[in-house]
Design a protein around this ligand. Sequence first.
Ligand code: ADP
Length: 297
Amino acid sequence: GIVVLGSLNMDLVAYVAQAPARGETVTGRAFRTLPGGKGANQAVAAARAGAEVAMIGAVGTDGFGTRLRTALDRSGVDTDLVRTAEGPSGTAHIVVDDEGGNAIVVVPGANSAVTSLDHGDEALIATADLLLLQLELPLPAVTAGARTARAHGVRTVLTPAPVPARPLPPALLAATDLLVPNQHEAAALTGRTDPYAAARALLADVPEVVVTLGAAGCLYAARGREPVTVPAPRVTAVDTTAAGDTFVGALAVALAEGRPMPAALAWASAAAALSVQREGASPSMPYRAEIDAVLAP
Ligand code: ADP
């Protein structure tokens, strides 16, 4: 199965015509609370894509915590190792304007309590086919997860988001098999805006890199091989929230099943293309049969 070590956040979304400037108050049109967090999103995407998925993370003792846990349970994600930490759950405060632009404040809350792994976490990671990591948990825990996986021969896939102010810990990169930044993250990590140049630079640290390029698809680079681009299906996007998390979740499922990289990328691209045609983060994520149908001849 797949193990996700990552964040759970409640997304608190206000929809406005135009986001307020500093000191200004505007009246919004609507408000929604939606379960999110990069870790939880990737877990749901992988579960819908057909894998057995378990999550390691933390929620708070507030009402959001109960809802976040229940949302994962309902998606079929095992939450036995999601702790409950005293205090508020992680929240993402999102303002979406009429042009679809957004501004986001993430308050880590309970996610900050995941500073280390215990024996149960390590035992679970040791038996996984693949470990998914992002950067919304404290770096020591993310690094510990990657190292545990590496020690047991478990493949690790790291989404380097949000990009930290400082360089990534060498111990984390050394235990990462596949790095999956989007174009902005690849540029921020390397100082190179050209995705080919960025991917090449990242290969100094990790053996395989996939740079996602939005509607342009993705770029796959591996040491000692010519990089290849995989185009995205041409679709009409209505909401690209969590496109990257859907992509990574589906990619993880395909890789855990032993599919070779180009086929796995085509499958992940099909999953992400389905998600951008529908509203929301996890509600937009496709099920396995839908993904297969896109690629059926
Ligand atoms: P993120 O969501 O992390 O910013 P991207 O915008 O690169 O990452 O999107 C991730 C993946 O989602 C892309 O590689 C692509 O497969 C898919 N995707 C995103 N936007 C579109 C789109 N407009 N049409 C088709 N696929 C898309």
